[in-house]
Design a binder for this molecule. Structure first.
Ligand SMILES: [Zn+2]
Length: 249
């Protein structure tokens, strides 16, 4: 979370980080934005820039760099049924279409922030979840890194919205199974995959803690669990990071 101080009365605030827009929102008397660094981002320096039109209409600018540090991700070896790994051309096409649909959705930035305050865990209990970003070796071959956190749970366990948002997508996808994607506004999305049942309709506004469905094992899953993900535009970010956001507003 990026906090901008000293520009409380500004008429306009905009900025970017690594060339990607920062979507500022009013935060108390000041402004803030969420900045997402993709899990495959290369460590190193990243440039930021902020521009403000102050209360008298005068432009002000600031810029600088931040350091993107490396993070170690665990390696996970999995054995899965062949048709779930070596896809038929038909399954391949289906998975590609579904991935494109998600990318298009994540590129859509709703103009208003819907989330507020703390984010909640999507599942009851205190299961810490299986690490975000693990490098997966499936049936002996390296595959895409795991872009969410998996919570093992019993089939039928209730899944709740992590924060207020609009139900942007409901689907039954090849990999993700039955899924719900919540749009929290300003480019932030949370993802709930492999559901057994979905209890919400597309377009509905849900509040933090509202039930959205139940844990299942639909799609590519070795057993009942919730895959919880978060996207900030195209960046796949650690959803557990949302739980520790210092957001009081
Ligand atoms: Zn997962």
């Amino acid at each position: 979370m990026v906090f901008l101080a000293g520009a409380g009365g500004a008429r306009e605030v905009e900025g970017n980080l690594r060339g990607r827009p920062l979507h500022f929102f009013r935060y108390g008397e000041e402004h803030a934005a969420l900045a997402g660094i993709d899990l495959d981002a290369k460590p190193g320096k990243a440039t930021w820039r902020v521009g403000v039109v102050d209360a008298r209409g005068a432009p002000r600018k600031a810029s600088g760099t931040i350091a993107i540090r490396s993070r170690k991700f665990p390696v996970q070896r999995l054995t899965l049924a062949k048709p779930m790994v070596d896809l038929s051309p038909e399954a391949e096409r289906r998975a590609a279409t579904e991935a494109a649909r998600l990318r298009t959705l994540y590129a859509t930035v709703a103009p208003e922030r819907l989330w507020h305050g703390r984010f909640a865990r999507p599942l009851g209990g205190d299961n810490p979840g299986e690490a975000f970003g693990s490098r997966r070796i499936i049936n002996g071959r390296p595959r895409m890194p795991h872009s969410g956190v998996d919570f093992a749970a019993e089939r039928g366990a209730p899944v709740v919205a992590a924060n207020r948002g609009r139900v942007a997508l409901i689907g039954d996808f090849f990999f993700a199974g039955r899924l719900v994607v919540l749009d929290h506004g300003l480019g932030l999305y949370t993802l709930y995959f492999h559901l057994d049942r979905v209890d919400v309709d597309e377009g509905t506004l849900v509040e933090r803690g509202d039930s959205i469905g139940t844990v299942g094992a639909t799609g590519r899953a070795t057993g009942p669990h919730l895959h919880w993900g978060a996207q900030l535009g195209p960046a796949r970010v650690d959803p557990l990071g949302l739980l520790t956001l210092a957001a009081e507003d």
